[in-house]
Write a new protein. Structure first.
Length: 202
């Protein structure tokens, strides 16, 4: 074999090695991109919102209905699951007034998310379960309507940029707490909440 042929074979071998390396890098880049997309589909978020909370209760054998309502402040921590779902844990606080000693709630929700306008506007709805704490105390008499709640929520999300969202929605819970005061039974009935807030995606 001449020197010219040997040199040509050497060049061809080096070219094949370069092609193999390029193919390897391309495969790694594709894998990283796919991983990035998967990560983008499962995005954690935190949110804050404010709105109105209305708790209704039935009193005595005639089920006389009483209600208390006030402003609530809610913080949420959750994660999107793909493009069509999310799960979130929320804590809602209502500042105690008058005879109210404690008034707050913690909830776990799963939302089915429906993109409407290019992932910029989304509708959502889903089940919610959690615990409501509501305690009144006056003149040595205590009323405790704390208990589990269950129900659902629905609303709309507007994504301003990739990591900032505005959100508005409504929650409706069935309450299970009850108490007896001076021989009269009081049963928590429903908790209704509307809210407006913002989410920060990571």
């Amino acid at each position: 074999m001449s020197k010219k042929d040997a040199y040509k074979q050497k060049i061809e071998a080096e070219l094949e090695l370069v092609k193999a390396k390029l193919a390897e890098y391309k495969a790694e880049a594709t894998l990283l991109a796919a991983s990035g997309l998967m990560a983008a589909d499962n995005v954690p978020f935190i949110g804050v919102s404010v709105g109105n909370a209305e708790l209704k209760a039935n009193i005595g054998p005639t089920n006389y209905q009483a209600k208390v309502d006030d402003t609530h402040y809610t913080a949420s921590l959750g994660q999107y699951i793909g493009d069509n779902g999310r799960i979130a844990l929320s804590y809602s606080y209502v500042e105690p007034k008058n005879n109210v000693k404690d008034s707050d709630a913690a909830s776990l929700a799963y939302d089915f998310v429906l993109p409407v306008v290019d992932n910029a506007v989304m509708l959502y709805a889903g089940p919610v379960i959690g615990y409501t704490r509501y305690i009144e105390e006056a003149a040595g008499i205590k009323l405790d309507l704390s208990g589990l709640h269950y129900g659902g929520e629905a609303g709309v999300i507007v994504r301003l940029v990739n990591f900032v969202e505005l959100e508005a929605g409504y929650r409706y819970f069935i309450e299970t707490g009850s108490d007896t005061v001076a021989g009269i039974k009081v049963e928590a009935d429903t908790l209704k909440m509307w809210y407006l807030g913002a989410n920060l995606r990571f």
